[in-house]
Design a protein around this ligand. Structure first.
Ligand code: MRU
Length: 354
């Protein structure tokens, strides 16, 4: 399986996703601050992977600490939590993972553990978050594979694969599982302007797995749908609001509207850690605006003239009415999402929803 992120000896090792597909390079983070930077600069990206990286980074900060006692340690730890939370605003998995690490930290300090013992507990929790993520992708895949018929031609957007998680993937996990079950599946990967996660990352990992993959520019999706060349859409998510509105990579909304116009099913695959019941709807999801250079340039070469205004919102919101179902590791949520999402976060879905 693809090594997205792992704790190896004294370092957190991540494949540098900015360099793929041309180079398979690894970045080693030995401090919490280095992980903060890795998330910010997209060495690692994708909602669940960011959560795992944040958890490991917080643990690394405490493992490396020279604090004399837990009061000093707490000051350092909460400062690092704030830095981590300031990296990227949209993917809720980041905040979910930070909260989980804060709870473990507070419990360990309350129990009177030494600095070393607190560090050991945080490191263990980060590994649990990592392992749970792989497990949940696999379970999500087994729930989701049933929506993929034999000979399906599936359009996906961005990268919701092994690289965006601790392994296996969400949307691509569903596709992987369908292929493992013997179904013949062809994937269309939208290139995903401007950061090209679809062309660079989705295509790279699917080709590696021997899955039939065709890269298209984002603007080709509508025409392919009209010509009957796409059967369904599966994407991931960065945050799902309580009413089922879905924030995902910019361009997802357009694909959802096109899918509806062509009577195609539009599925979202995401772990329950991506569901944010505290956010009532998509209008309340913070959307990250990234550096204009990602739009004006392709590598070193400039595409847009100096002086032009540039927008670069990294995500958009797909209203819940365009979403046919949300596939999670606890079952498949269907409308009305206000009920099914609450149910799935509380535990498991009723048999009907499964
Ligand atoms: O900006 P990115 O690359 O972090 O955005 C990632 C996405 O939008 C993914 O589709 C999403 O995180 C789902 S990942 C399983």
């Amino acid at each position: 399986m693809l090594p997205t992120i792992e704790w190896r000896d004294d370092a957190i090792v991540m494949v540098d996703q900015r360099k793929l597909p041309k180079q398979e390079r690894y970045v080693k983070c030995r401090t919490g601050a280095q992980v903060v930077r890795a998330i910010k600069t997209m060495v690692i990206r994708g909602a669940p992977a960011i959560g795992v990286a944040a958890a490991m980074g917080l643990a690394m900060g405490v493992v490396r600490s020279k604090a004399k006692g837990t009061t000093q340690l707490a000051a350092e730890f909460y400062k690092l939590c704030d830095l981590m939370a300031g990296t990227r605003p949209t993917a809720v998995n980041l905040f979910w993972a930070i909260d989980r690490m804060k709870q473990v930290f507070a419990a360990a300090v309350r129990a009177g553990h030494s600095v070393e013992e607190v560090a050991a507990r945080l490191r263990h929790e980060a590994q649990v978050i990592h392992d749970e993520d792989v497990e949940s992708c696999r379970t999500m895949g087994s729930y989701g594979a049933s929506v993929v018929p034999d000979k399906a031609r599936v359009l996906t957007h961005c990268n919701a694969g092994a690289l965006a998680t601790a392994g296996y993937g969400t949307a691509l996990g569903v596709i992987r599982r369908a292929v493992e079950e013997g179904k013949r599946v062809a994937v269309f990967a939208g290139e995903t302007r401007p950061f090209l996660q679809g062309a660079r990352l989705t295509a790279w990992e699917l080709v590696r797995d021997g899955i039939d993959t065709t890269v298209i520019t984002d603007s080709m999706a509508g025409s392919l749908m009209r010509d009957g060349q796409i059967d369904l859409v599966i994407v991931g998510a960065d945050r799902i609001a309580a009413n089922g509105d879905v924030a995902n990579k910019i361009g997802t909304y357009s694909v959802a509207v096109l899918a509806r116009a062509h009577d195609l099913l539009f599925y979202v695959a995401a772990p329950t850690s991506t569901i944010d019941l505290a956010t009532p709807d998509g209008a309340h999801i913070p959307i990250e605006e990234r550096d204009a250079r990602e739009v004006t340039h392709l590598g070193a070469s400039q595409l847009a003239p100096d002086g032009a205004g540039i927008r670069n919102p990294a995500f958009d919101v797909t209203p819940s009415q365009y979403v046919s179902a949300i596939i999670t590791e606890r079952g498949v949520c269907r409308p009305p999402y206000a009920d099914s999402l609450r149910e799935v976060v509380a535990g498991a879905l009723s048999e009907v929803s499964r």
